[in-house]
Design a protein around this ligand. Structure first.
Ligand code: PNS
Length: 203
């Protein structure tokens, strides 16, 4: 029997050759989400059509020194996933495969953008199958309009004063703009006397 979920027709649970039930899969979509981009949201929406439960897992690892604190990254994800009832946001540190097992999930979902992603993502997928019993990875190709959008580009454009409104959800734009205002005021304050001093020197 088949049921309709979102735009997709999803088959009811069918035991596979090794006895696992495909349609009962809980999938994990991991990332730093610093910040969540429109490309991430596209992958979340599309992945959510195929899995009865999708856990968006935010890496807490402070060694990456994120621009946005963990709580803010999670709140933004919750806001942008708000209308998807079977999507939840959680966080993890340590090995992804340990988190996957802890949450009773069996599958990792990743988005694949440009070709250069492939090598890294492919080796991570192989590694994640090997580690401690492992978990398999399924890749969704990025939609064409987001194929070049990454969190690191967004951070760079933002830090150089560029317009990121096309690349991130409105909530992210608001949060990042709020961050920029006190930062810019502080920068102007500390740059002020230096500019005056330089001006006097020239004259
Ligand atoms: O958004 P990112 O930063 O590209 O996401 C990378 C992430 C979180 C998926 C990856 O760094 C990860 O899985 N980290 C957890 C540590 C781990 O399990 N490492 C072994 C597999 S590479």
């Amino acid at each position: 029997m088949k049921r309709r979920r979102g735009g997709a027709i999803v088959a009811d649970a069918q035991p596979s050759a090794d006895g696992r039930q495909a349609a009962a899969t809980i999938a994990v979509y991991p990332g730093s989400f610093d910040p969540v981009t429109n490309g991430h949201v596209d992958i979340i929406r599309r992945a959510a059509l195929y899995y009865p439960r999708l856990i968006v897992a935010v890496l807490t690892n402070p060694s990456k020194s994120p621009l946005l604190p963990l709580r803010e990254r999670m709140l933004l994800l919750q806001e942008v996933c708000g209308n998807l009832s079977h999507v939840e946001v959680d966080c993890f540190d340590g090995l992804l495969v340990d988190f996957v097992r802890r949450r009773g999930a069996t599958l990792i979902v990743k988005g694949l953008r440009i070709v250069s992603d492939f090598e890294h993502e492919f080796s991570m997928a192989l590694l994640n199958r090997k580690l401690r019993g492992g978990a398999d990875t399924m890749f969704l190709p990025a939609s064409l309009e987001y194929a070049y959008v990454s969190s690191s580009f967004v951070r760079e454009v933002f830090s150089l004063g560029g317009d990121i409104s096309e690349f991130v959800p409105a909530a992210v734009l608001r949060a990042m703009t709020r961050m920029r205002v006190p930062h810019a005021v502080e920068q102007r304050r500390s740059a002020g006397p230096k500019r005056l001093a330089l001006g006097r020197k020239k004259a």
